[in-house]
Ligand binder design. Structure first.
Ligand code: ZN
Length: 206
């Protein structure tokens, strides 16, 4: 059975929050950025902005304080021997790139082949959500979702596809508004058996 490499385990753990910075200190940093932009952080419209930005950041990056493995702890064996792939399509992705802290907006498709036991359907989307709510590269996000499902569910195979728009490419820099990026990662049976991979790709195609 596939064993998750120690390096990935460490990377995932490294992303768990151990911050000692207070909300007040973070708000001060936002105030500094407002001043640096040429704004007056003391004008009426901006007085509460640092507080609101930090509140929003807590939501954008709440994945640092959540453990995706805990979400997958509870599984069900009573499925009349169901053993084919379970495919969940069009799971929305709202993440931020680690290079510019700009939004990554798109969708994920996830499939796994159960090994006797299945997981609650909403839990797959929860795992996608937890890893999305961290600073990411799309490539790493794809691999982290796949490896976590593979390991935690002891699955026979996992496939993950992400299709998204990176705002650091559409709103700044090269400014290619229409560009989308697709990443794929296959483990186990999806990697070893092309017929599984092809069936998965047919399922996720519109
Ligand atoms: Zn970026």
């Amino acid at each position: 059975m596939y064993k998750i490499p120690m390096k990935i385990v460490k990377d995932i753990q490294k992303q768990q929050s151990t911050s000692k910075i207070s909300d007040k200190e973070a708000e001060e940093a936002i105030k500094t950025i407002l001043e640096w932009m040429g704004e007056d952080p003391n004008r009426e419209g901006l007085l509460e902005t640092p507080k609101r930005v930090i509140k929003a950041f807590k939501e954008y990056f709440k994945g640092y304080s959540q453990d995706p493995n805990l979400v997958l702890e509870k599984t069900f064996g009573d499925v009349e021997g169901y053993s084919d792939m379970v495919v969940q399509k069009n799971i929305s992705i709202q993440s931020h790139c680690e290079h510019h802290m700009a939004p990554i907006i798109g969708k994920a498709h996830v499939a796994y082949i159960p090994n006797q036991r299945v997981v609650g359907l909403s839990k797959i989307a929860r795992v996608v959500e937890i890893f999305s709510k961290r600073l990411q590269t799309q490539e790493r996000l794809t691999v982290q979702i796949a490896k976590t499902l593979m390991e935690s569910l002891d699955a026979k195979g996992v496939a993950v596809t992400i299709d998204s728009t990176h705002h650091c490419m559409t709103m700044r820099g090269i400014k290619k508004e229409q560009a989308t990026t697709v990443t794929n990662f296959y483990l186990g049976q999806f990697k070893d058996d092309l017929s599984y991979q092809n069936r998965y790709l047919r399922f996720i195609a519109k």
